[in-house]
Design a protein around this ligand. Structure first.
Ligand code: CU
Length: 185
């Protein structure tokens, strides 16, 4: 009995240290890849791109879900230009991974998929809202709490950036969507 208990404890410890090491290794890898790209001039970090004058974001908030489930993010884009603006990427210094998602409904079932391009109509607006387009944010930095504001940067196809300040809200915040559906990913 004693031996079994020790072995279980040991394997739990092992799993914890493996996942910590794994996270550290992927951090190292991604920062190495990042520096390499930057040095080669192939990609400029989104946060260093010029800010778009035509496209702005407002009303951004994040529904914080306890890890490991991802959190959902919602906001409104406004486009004053006379042509559509295309969002092609998103990132945040406070989350290891941010994606644009779309919820679609088919035969009474709803499903989410990652989208790589989202168009904001000319002279119009586009809502990222529950049941539609939304952000999926994974691996928040330690210590993020309800009431904090975090920066989320969007890349536009024209090489500009749209910056949003998003308020962290409790999972109980009204939303109309159980973002727990993300657990299925
Ligand atoms: Cu989603």
């Amino acid at each position: 009995m004693g031996a079994v208990a020790r072995r279980e404890t040991g394997s739990e410890m092992n799993q914890v240290s493996k996942s910590v090491l794994g996270a550290f290794a992927s951090l190292l890898l991604s920062s190495a890849a990042f520096s390499a790209q930057h040095a080669a001039g192939q990609a400029t970090p989104v946060a260093e791109l010029p800010v778009s004058v035509a496209v702005t974001a407002s009303d951004c908030w994040i529904r914080q879900i306890p890890a490991p489930a991802p959190s959902g993010g919602f906001l409104v884009f406004h486009n004053q230009a006379d042509q559509a603006a295309v969002l092609t990427g998103v990132s945040s210094p406070d989350y290891a991974d941010v994606m644009m998602h779309e919820t679609t409904h088919e035969n009474g079932m709803s499903k989410m998929s990652m989208v790589h391009q989202v168009s904001v109509p000319a002279g119009g607006q586009l809502d990222f809202k529950p049941g539609s387009y939304h952000l999926m944010l994974e691996q928040a930095r330690d210590g993020l709490k309800v009431g904090d504001h975090v920066a989320v940067d969007f890349l536009l196809a024209d090489g500009h950036r749209v910056s949003a300040q998003c308020e962290i809200k409790s999972p109980k915040a009204m939303s109309g969507m159980g973002h727990m559906q993300h657990m299925k990913h």
